[in-house]
Each structure stands twice: as C-alpha cells, then as structure tokens.
Design a protein around this ligand. Structure first.
Ligand code: UGA
Length: 442
C-alpha cells in the first residue's frame, strides 16, 4: 500500500521503516530540512538498535523516501499517519499544535479521499479535533465534499527495542467508526498480524484512552514499587525478595515492578501529566495519578538523600563518578532522565561529576555544553579515577558484572550508590565496598 508518515521522530521513523520493510511504499515528511537531508543519506539521528540498517536498505530499494514536500506526501499516501510530537504545554496538557498543523496541511493538499491516522499520543477527543481541522480547511478551499476518515492507532513501542516492538507488536489498536478505514488498516497491518490475532478494533475514544491508560498503569506499577522500596529500606526488608514474592502471582506479574530512581523518558512523565490535566478538566480528581507523579519526582532524589546522609549536605570538593546518563539502557535519550536531576542536585551542592554512558555522551554534551563540574569520560573505568564515590543511574548491560578491583583501585574510597539495584549487597559487603542501593539492606 502507499503510506505517508508525517514526523520523523522515534515513532514516525520507526513506523515508516518497519512498514517499508514489510513491503509497503512509504514516504516520510518532516519540516526539518537538515534532518531530511541526513536521512536521505541514510544517517539516522537517533540511536535505536536495528533502525539504521532498515532505513538504509529501504532507502536504496526506494520503498522508503524522505522529503519536506508535504504535497508529494499527501498525493502519495492512501493512508496518512500523523506521528509528530505532543510536548506538554504550560498546564501539562498535550500540546496539539503540531498535530493540528499537519491535519490542516493534509487538507490543503488533499485531492482525493484519504485515511488520516493519529499515531501520536493524543488526549481523548483529539480525533474529533483533527476531523474538524481537516473539514474546515477543505471547506475553505471549496473542497468540502471530499470524503476522509480519521483513525486512532496508538503506538506501543519502547525505546531501545522500538524496531522489534514494531515488527512484533503485542496488539494493534484500530480506533475508528468507519468499516472501510478499519479494513484498510487491517490490510496494512496484515504482515504484522500473523500467527495469532493482534488487531483490536474499537471506537476512537477508547483507543485514545487505552494508550494513556497503558502508560499510566505501567508508571503506577513503578511508583508503587518505589514506595515499597522506601518502606523496605526503613524496615530492613529486601525489595528484590518482595518483587519475586509478588511477581509470582500472575495477577501482578514480573514486569515493571523493578524499584529504582524513578521513570524517565519522553512518554511516562508527559503522559501521566497529560492525563492528570485531562481528568481535572473533566472534573475528575486524579488521586492515583497525582500520587504516581509525586512519588516519581521524589524518587529521582532518593539516591541524593543517601549520598547526603553519607557525606553530609555540603558536597563541595567531592567528585562523583556517574555511570549511565540515558533514561534507560539501549538509547541515547536523556529526556526526563533521573541522571539529570542527580547531576543538577550534585552541582548545586558543589560537587563535580565524571560521567560515562555507552551512548548518551553526545546528548549530554548537547544539553549541558562544556561546564565546570562536568567531565565526560571515554570509559567507565576512567570515570572512576580519583572519585569519592560511584553512582549508577542506568542499568546498561556493561555495568552489570562488577569489577571489584577496578572500582576499589579507581575510587578514593570504595562507595557505590546504585539507583538500579545491579549488585548483590552481601557480595559487595564482603569485597569491602560500601554499597547503597534502593530498598535492600546493607
Ligand atoms: C514506554 C512504554 O513502555 C511503551 O509501551 C510506550 O509505547 C512508550 O512509553 C510510549 O508511549 O511511546 P519507554 O518510555 O520507551 O516506553 O520506556 P520504558 O521501557 O517503558 O521505561 C520507562 C521508564 O521506566 C525508564 O526510565 C525505566 O528505567 C523505568 N522503569 C521501567 C523502572 O523504573 N522500573 C521498571 O520496572 C520498569
């Protein structure tokens, strides 16, 4: 099928590449000329395992094309995806400016009937707004009788495994009131719907809410476990044992119950905020969501409390090795990353940071530039050199097996503050390392 995708961010780019790989002819549109120029050379602006070869291969077979020319895109696609960003605006609601601009652009160039699909995470009711925006633009140019459908088809991919998630989705939600649109999307997704039925057709509003409900449920599980971890810390219980004890109940499950230093990224923080705002506007008091958010804000400072309890509030003259900058492994994304809160708090208290991350060093440089108090180190070992303690903020695979010798000889005193519970506290105690983690006895 001929498909057009507006937006070459995480969701748009991965979706476009995966659809092209499945045999569809895809054109990707973005207003950012530099980005389109580099994509046309096969340069992928984000680190996402498996994405670059997919883009390269489909570029060369011309199943995937990139352009800034919206008209070419609108002419091409029988199905047109809107996959542009929805950053939070001042009151925390999702800012729909980009989504509605794309809707109007589609209407401006539409010459025949189209299926417009919302891929961006958008609040309930957005499909109606997209429909209105297209309709009024069509009316303006005297093309009001052109037929079109608006579909909500939320994306559930995870950064770091985006390509795999998109290739093998656990569900494909199609929110529409049009039988033809549903059929067209069923055909589009047929290559991903093998073995067992993954497509769920539903009304538009349920599809829109399902996306927020999924992310907010996962965020709730994490915040709940983080609260349990603080209780475990106080009573001397081990959150890892608690995790296994409760995860074995299939009604609870093992996923997303790892305590840590809070969730980050471009989705959970933004979506929890947006649903809180939506609820407020509907006169619903979002009691659970508000607590989830509060707990997460607090959790990002949890290690710092332990650091200050160990060294005192004034950290001037101290140097901290920091392993992990990305909000989670296998990505270079630092949006809302707990590492940022940690670094900024350490700087405020006069400390220096020697940081290492396998992928996010450039991103860190882009965010903070060259500044006093931050040294980006080429290896995890060089980050340790002469530091007063090691802080772990991201559970990258290469941090998981501890090299006791490297840590004890690199640091001034062997102290680790581990925000991801990577090591066995008993083993570290035996190695003479002062080990602080989240919700586990020392
Ligand atoms: C999340 C969802 O998992 C995806 O299903 C969804 O499609 C995506 O948002 C989106 O809306 O676009 P993502 O933000 O890429 O995906 O990352 P996750 O793997 O969900 O991790 C989010 C955060 O939660 C990370 O900071 C991670 O460290 C933290 N986390 C996760 C925990 O602290 N504990 C856990 O047990 C699991």
């Amino acid at each position: 099928m001929n498909v057009t995708v507006f937006g070459t961010g995480y969701v748009g780019l991965v979706q476009a590449a995966v659809l092209a790989e499945a045999g569809h002819k895809v054109i990707c549109i973005d207003i950012d000329e530099n980005k389109i120029a580099s994509l046309n050379k096969g340069q992928v602006p984000i680190y996402e395992p498996g994405l670059a070869p997919l883009v390269e291969r489909n570029l060369s077979s011309r199943t995937l094309q990139f352009t800034t020319d919206a008209k070419t895109g609108v002419d091409h696609g029988e199905i047109i995806f809107i996959a542009v960003g929805t950053p939070p605006d001042e009151d925390g609601s999702a800012d729909l400016r980009h989504v509605l601009t794309v809707a109007r652009t589609i209407a401006e160039h539409m010459g025949e009937s189209k299926i417009v699909v919302n891929k961006s995470t958008v609040p309930v009711g957005t499909a109606d707004k997209v429909r209105e925006a297209i309709k009024s633009e069509l009316d303006k140019r005297g093309a009001g009788d052109l037929a079109f459908d608006v579909v909500s088809n939320p994306e559930f991919l995870k950064e770091g495994s985006a390509v795999a998630d998109c290739m093998r989705p656990d569900r494909i939600i199609i929110g529409t009131d049009s039988k033809e649109a549903e059929e067209a999307l069923r055909e589009l997704y047929a290559p991903f719907n093998r073995n067992h039925e993954k497509i769920m057709a539903m009304d538009i509003k349920s599809a829109e809410l399902a996306k927020y409900a999924a992310n907010c449920m996962l965020a709730t599980k994490i915040s709940f476990m983080n609260e349990m971890a603080e209780i475990a810390d106080r009573v001397g219980a081990d959150i890892e044992q608690v995790r296994q004890g409760i995860g074995s109940d299939p009604r609870i499950g093992y996923h997303f119950i790892y305590a840590g230093i809070g969730y980050g990224g471009s989705c959970f923080p933004k979506d929890v905020k947006a649903l809180i705002t939506t609820a407020g506007k509907l006169d619903v008091t979002p009691e659970i969501l508000a607590s989830v958010e509060q707990r997460n804000e607090r959790q990002k400072r949890y290690l710092l409390e332990k650091i200050c309890a160990h060294f005192g509030d004034d950290l001037s003259g101290k140097t901290f090795a920091l392993w992990g900058l990305a909000f989670k492994p296998n990505t270079d994304d630092m949006r809302e990353a707990p590492s940022r809160v940690l670094m900024e708090q350490l700087w405020q208290r006069g400390a220096r940071v020697q940081a290492f991350d396998p992928q996010a060093m450039e991103e860190c440089q882009r965010i903070y530039g060259v500044r006093d108090g931050l040294q980006l180190c080429g290896t995890k070992e060089s980050a340790l050199a002469g530091a007063d303690a090691l802080i772990i903020a991201t559970e990258w695979q290469q941090f998981k097996a501890i090299d006791v010798e490297a840590v004890t000889s690199g640091l001034k005193n062997p102290v680790i503050f581990d925000g991801r519970n990577l090591y066995d506290p008993k083993q570290l105690a035996r190695s003479g390392i002062d080990y602080y983690c989240v919700g586990r006895p020392r």
